[in-house]
Design a protein around this ligand. Structure first.
Ligand SMILES: *Cc1c(COP(=O)(O)O)cnc(C)c1O
Length: 356
């Protein structure tokens, strides 16, 4: 039997997606050719691109004010591409510092405009979501990381500000509904909650472009990709196709409203098990706990390696915590089934009974 996969990223995909992707590697849509060798200008692949963009719009309720792009370079390239495209060098942008990924975003942004860190949870090793004071009207945008993959915090309520948001949603996009009106740009590396590594989803408001003075290299200009339907150069065809399969799966089970319920049930059960145990605890403030990445620790640190070994032997793979936090992290993205949660809870309970 396949082990339960709790890796943070690249991460689990829905079960049926693996078989469908494997089929398409051998014979894509009855063409007799592999998805890996088909032209990105073929009508078969053009259909994949169009359906993918449409499904993103349908699932997240994106109106025509916004465009959907599938780019390369990872979420890390969006740290600078966002600012390069929409932040004038004399303009101010606000950033909320909620950990490693926002810190990296802040560093890149500083190359393009005046960056102010308006809130931070660094004082407590990022175990909470800091409050934003004021309405941020003076900023071109405010940047947030909606889910902090490493520290296990997540905005349960997205702030309502007087300026637009730019959001890194790499690890919780499609985990719940969103209100697109609040955002100028949303970006997400696919490999957490959407598809395989190699493609980055960008959703952006169209009328924000063309307003900065600087020269933007063609490939880094969002307008280039909008004009060419996200196929200016060769797009990452296979990651896009597999992402499409996962979007179809999400639609088939009821979309983001339904998956939000499922995700809440999964996370609720896992946190409850941790809270009820004697040995384990979750360091993140209750109301900011991530439903995607559940960070937990063990009171008796000498038992840490034992628990890792025990969980691996019990078919729960990938729960070693990030080095900057220590302890454990169970990533329980959309594709993680309740079965996997139940198994991990059993493992926690068994270990707790033996050693707690
Ligand atoms: C993984 C991750 C990134 C980095 O993504 P890459 O695609 O590897 O560049 C950025 N932000 C968040 C929140 C992440 O989880």
């Amino acid at each position: 039997m396949k082990p339960h996969n709790f890796y943070a990223g690249p991460a689990i995909l829905p079960k049926p997606v693996f078989q469908e992707a494997a089929d398409a590697v051998l014979n894509f849509n009855g063409t007799g050719l592999s998805i890996l060798e088909i032209s990105h200008r073929s009508k078969e692949f053009t259909a994949v691109m169009e359906e993918s963009q449409q499904l993103v719009k349908d699932l997240l309720n994106i109106p025509d004010t916004h465009e959907v792009l599938f780019l390369t370079g990872g979420a890390s390239s969006q740290f600078y591409m966002t600012c390069m495209n929409i932040l004038g060098s004399d303009q101010k942008a606000a950033y909320v510092d909620t950990g490693t990924w926002s810190t990296k975003a802040i560093k890149e942004a500083k190359n393009f405009g005046q960056i102010e860190v308006i809130a931070s949870s660094k004082d407590q090793n990022y175990n909470y979501i800091p409050e934003i004071h004021g309405d941020c009207a003076e900023y071109r945008f405010t940047h947030i990381t909606t889910n902090n993959t490493i520290f296990g915090t997540q905005y349960q309520n997205i702030p309502s500000l007087a300026c637009p948001l730019v959001a890194d949603m790499s690890s919780d996009i499609f985990s719940r509904p969103l209100n697109i009106d609040k955002y100028d740009i949303i970006y997400a590396g696919a490999q957490k909650n959407l598809g395989p590594a190699g493609v980055t989803l960008v959703i952006l408001r169209k009328d924000i472009l063309g307003k900065v003075e600087r020269n933007i290299p063609t490939m880094l200009n969002y307008q280039t990709h909008i004009d060419k339907g996200s196929s200016f150069n060769t797009p990452p065809v296979f990651p896009i196709y597999v992402s499409l399969l996962s979007l179809r799966w999400l639609k088939s089970i009821g979309g983001v409203a339904e998956i939000e319920n499922i995700n809440s049930a999964k996370a609720g059960k896992l946190y409850q098990t941790i809270d009820d145990s004697k040995l384990f605890f979750a360091p993140v403030r209750n109301e900011d706990r991530s439903k995607m990445n559940v960070v937990f620790k063990i009171r008796n640190e000498e038992l840490q390696d034992d628990f890792l070994r025990f969980s691996t032997e019990s078919d729960c793979i990938g729960i070693k915590g990030h080095r900057s936090v220590g302890g454990f992290r169970a990533s329980i993205y959309n594709a993680m089934e309740m079965d996997g949660i139940n198994k991990l809870c059993d493992v926690i309970n068994d270990f707790d009974q033996k050693h707690g």
